[in-house]
Design a protein around this ligand. Structure first.
Ligand SMILES: [Zn+2]
Length: 401
């Protein structure tokens, strides 16, 4: 099957994960694509392809004759799409990009200048109608892995060691590896295919924490409120004003960390704030968490004990410390891309990746590109040229000595 057809088939499944659900997968709809991929792999000839009770799909491609002693390599992609943008009834359009802004609809376009579209000139792109995301994150990765497997099955003369593939649910809500069956995934190392443009390989990510701030006030009739009312909204506002104004996602890049206020709701009595804290540097990351606690204790001194209650939870850590001792995994991928004439460089991810969590669980796992852009947005698109190159890159990586 051609990769475009495969990719569009995956895109036709609605697999938006749901952060408010406790189940796994978080949305039962994710199971439909999982079942489909498991069946597809079986149909291609991977006899052990299976979907487990949590909606994870696993399969293995045995080593070519004489290659049984080679390292077992894992390839991983996630099947869910981000809840940040609608992911149902996705209408796609494929065209050759010749320059200029990309018009998605009467009211939505992708600015050539703002989104650096020059890079894609001459390439075949797939976009949406501007009302949904595309789901190249990460269905492009999934389609590339399956297409690479299909290629290897059709070309037995291309020799490789044993390859394990896995497709996970709920990556977008941070739970993609929670129930990953590592015991039955005995790869020496693996790659997630969950990155963007074909110029970066990622083995450094943020250290990440989520932070919930509850501000407790005291309400009373405004007419009798003098020296009595403690308005939690105003105190929450005071808390937010203590966060460094230049250290937000909108003002940082590269290795710069940030505080991000994601949600706030409340009334006079109680206001809650949901935040995330990110930094590549572990010490700075710890300092950021401490700063939030410090701001809370300052306000508690001012307004009374337990006015501001902070709950912090670490989400994931920078996988760099786990990859540095085995950089040959990163070098192998870089060499494969270079052989295909693609210049690729390690780039720090300003986010997380399933690979980070897997690396900390003992499976070193850098992240490879997939050819998509503008993830989690209705402006998401994918380069078909890049997807085709990625099949070649995967084949190169698993067949190198
Ligand atoms: Zn992704």
């Amino acid at each position: 099957m051609d990769i475009v057809e495969r990719f569009l088939k995956y895109v036709s499944f609605e697999t938006t994960s749901d952060e408010h659900s406790e189940s796994c997968p978080s949305s039962p709809k994710e199971l439909e694509l999982a079942k489909y991929i498991a069946e597809e792999l079986k149909g291609l000839g991977l006899a052990d392809a299976r979907m487990d009770e949590n909606g994870y799909v696993y399969a293995s491609l045995p080593a070519s004759e004489g290659c049984e002693g080679k390292d077992v390599i894992g390839l991983i992609a996630h099947m869910d799409t981000s809840p940040d943008a609608p992911g149902k009834d996705i209408k796609t359009r494929q065209f050759r990009y010749e320059g200029g802004d990309i018009i998605l609809s009467d009211t939505m376009s992708i600015s050539a200048e703002e989104y650096d579209l020059e890079y894609f000139k001459g390439q075949e792109l797939i976009v949406t109608d501007g009302t949904t995301l595309l789901g190249a994150d990460d269905k492009a990765g999934a389609a590339e892995i399956v297409s690479a497997v299909e290629y290897l099955l059709a070309h037995p003369e291309v020799k490789h060691g044993k390859i394990l593939v896995a497709f996970t649910p709920d990556e977008e809500i941070g739970r993609g590896t929670d129930r990953f069956d590592l015991e039955h995934f005995p790869a020496k190392f693996a790659y997630t295919l969950d990155g963007g443009r074909l110029d970066s390989i990622e083995y450094e990510c943020f250290n990440a924490a989520s932070c919930k701030v509850t501000v407790n006030g005291l309400n009373i009739h405004p007419g009798a409120a003098k020296n009595k009312m403690k308005n939690s909204i105003l105190m929450a506002n005071e808390f937010l004003n203590m966060l460094p104004p230049a250290e937000t996602p909108a003002h940082t890049e590269g290795y710069e960390g940030f505080y991000h206020v994601a949600e706030m709701c409340g009334d006079e009595t109680q206001t809650t704030i949901s935040m995330i804290i990110r930094d590549h540097d572990r010490a700075k990351f710890e300092a950021r968490k401490n700063y939030v606690l410090h701001a809370a204790s300052y306000l508690n001194e001012k307004y009374g004990k337990d006015t501001v209650v902070v709950s912090l939870r670490d989400s994931y850590y920078n996988m760099r410390e786990k990859l540095e001792p085995c950089m040959y995994i990163v070098d192998r991928a870089i060499a494969a891309f270079n052989e295909l004439g693609i210049d690729i460089k390690p780039t720090p991810i300003r986010g997380g990746t399933d690979g980070a969590q897997l690396s900390f669980k003992g499976l070193p796992c850098p992240n490879l590109p997939t050819g998509g852009e503008n993830y989690h947005s209705v402006k998401e698109f994918v380069s078909v040229d890049a997807m085709r190159l990625m099949i070649k890159a995967i084949v190169k990586i698993v067949t190198m000595d």
